[in-house]
Design a protein around this ligand. Structure first.
Ligand code: HGY
Ligand code: MN
Ligand code: MN
Length: 430
């Protein structure tokens, strides 16, 4: 066995003519391409919770975990996990994780890259015979995006012990409840608590992820260290008026729900931007939905984020005030149902220092610091343990889009940095 102090981060074997070097950036990118085919749609990536694609992905990733020296298993929430035992039964556990589910029409790196990087780092350390002073739990979370049931971070909430019984009644677009979907997947809802990690055993949580924004690229940097993650709330909004004849009903008497919603959508941009928050309406539908019928009802979503929960909640108050004014002017009513609420979080100092040390080991002595505007499983895990995150540059800042891209050289640097961060923590124990 080799001491962490004697390890140099980097790939483990010379180039193999038959394929990429094990646990290298090239191998990870090849595997991202493989997982991109585990999709419910032809020609697009969509992999949501408790589906056949989810099961297939867990199986495939479990095989890769085993190759890396991890004991693969699927937990009670459907997360794919791989365990590397520590030196003693009660040794602390370092979590290395990201997610394996996707949004509809996704790219192939959001969440996937970080999960495969975590596996590769363990594979490298195992291949080098490193004796770590802690155990490692690699987690491929099953539902970060909330694509199927509207509520995000389900997989990581289960691991953090923050599962809520009210979620069992959440329904997908087909009316299938989360409870029924669990059972159809072969999971037992009554055992959900078994997915949780005991707080006293956990040392911390590290996640690598593509930036999903353009700041690293604009700064000419491959890697960055995250300082915190914006809090987010999501709502289903409805503007209710009255349907009517598109020709016969005079303007003065119309109660057009879609026009009310449209006014509010532009107000959401204005109020969010002017107050330093980020508001997005990503979905809107008019009812009854015919060219010659005044839309009596419009349903739309709101995703609202800010650096602090207080700022985010203040902007939500402003949006509701504006909705009331629009309703008064157009003789409409407004309903809002909250679907998701995640608190803004900041990273743990010691763990973020490990990420900084990891990036410094790759030659960038003063890594760029970034506040994550995207949500991550780390937000849920923050209620269990400290977290830190490494960001990797992505092309054009594009994410949640099929054109998501990374370059192999950046992933190679990120792997070295992530490995060095784990070794930095390990040296504290030696
Ligand atoms: O929406 C988010 O921020 C994350 O990508 N799920
Ligand atoms: Mn995402
Ligand atoms: Mn993600």
């Amino acid at each position: 066995m080799t001491s962490p102090a004697d390890i140099v981060p980097g790939p483990v074997s010379p180039e193999d003519a038959d394929g990429p070097v094990p646990f290298s950036a090239a191998e990870i990118l090849e595997r991202c391409d493989i997982l991109a085919t585990h999709s419910s749609r032809i020609g697009a990536i969509e992999r949501s919770y408790l589906t056949a694609e989810h099961a297939r992905t867990n199986w495939t990733v479990g095989e890769w975990m085993a190759e890396a020296g991890l004991e693969p298993w699927q937990d009670a929430a459907g997360n794919q996990r791989g365990t590397l035992a520590g030196p003693e039964d009660d040794a602390p556990v370092l979590m290395l994780a990201s997610h394996l589910d996707t949004v509809p029409g996704a790219g192939r790196y959001d969440g996937i890259l970080g999960t495969l990087m975590a596996i590769a780092v363990v594979g490298r350390l195992s291949a080098k015979g490193v004796e770590l002073p802690f155990g490692i739990e690699v987690l491929g979370f099953a539902d970060e995006e909330g694509t199927r049931f509207g509520r995000t971070l389900l997989g990581s909430c289960a691991v953090a012990g923050a599962w809520q019984d009210s979620w069992w009644d959440l329904k997908d677009a087909q009316g299938i409840s989360l409870r029924t979907a669990f059972e159809a997947f072969g999971l037992d809802p009554s055992r959900i608590e078994e997915a949780a990690l005991p707080r006293e055993q956990v040392l911390g949580y590290l996640e690598a992820h593509i930036e999903q924004g353009p700041l690293l690229e604009d700064a000419g940097r491959a890697l960055g260290v995250v300082t915190g993650i914006m809090g987010a709330r999501r709502f289903d909004l409805t503007m209710i008026g009255e349907a009517g004849h598109a020709g016969g009903m005079p303007y003065g008497r119309r109660r057009d729900g879609l026009l009310g919603a449209s006014e509010l959508v532009t107000a959401i941009e204005e109020l969010s931007r002017d107050n330093g928050a980020i508001g997005t309406v990503g979905r809107m539908q008019a009812f009854p939905g015919a060219a010659n019928v005044i839309p009596g009802r419009a349903e739309f979503s709101l995703d609202l984020r800010a650096e602090t929960d207080a700022l985010r909640d203040h902007v939500w108050d402003l949006i509701q005030e504006r909705a009331e004014k629009i309703c008064a002017a157009r003789n409409l009513s407004f309903e809002a149902v909250e679907r998701h609420d995640a608190t803004a979080t900041v990273v743990g100092t010691r763990l973020a220092d490990a990420i900084r040390a990891g990036i410094a080991a790759t030659g960038d002595a003063e890594p760029l610091e970034l506040l994550s505007k995207a949500g991550h499983d780390a937000m849920a895990v923050a209620s269990l343990t400290d977290y830190a995150m490494l960001f990797v540059r992505c092309g054009g800042g594009i994410s949640h889009h099929r054109d998501e891209s990374v370059i192999e050289a950046d992933v190679a640097l990120a792997l070295d940095a992530f490995e060095a961060a784990v070794l930095d923590l390990a040296r504290d124990f030696c």
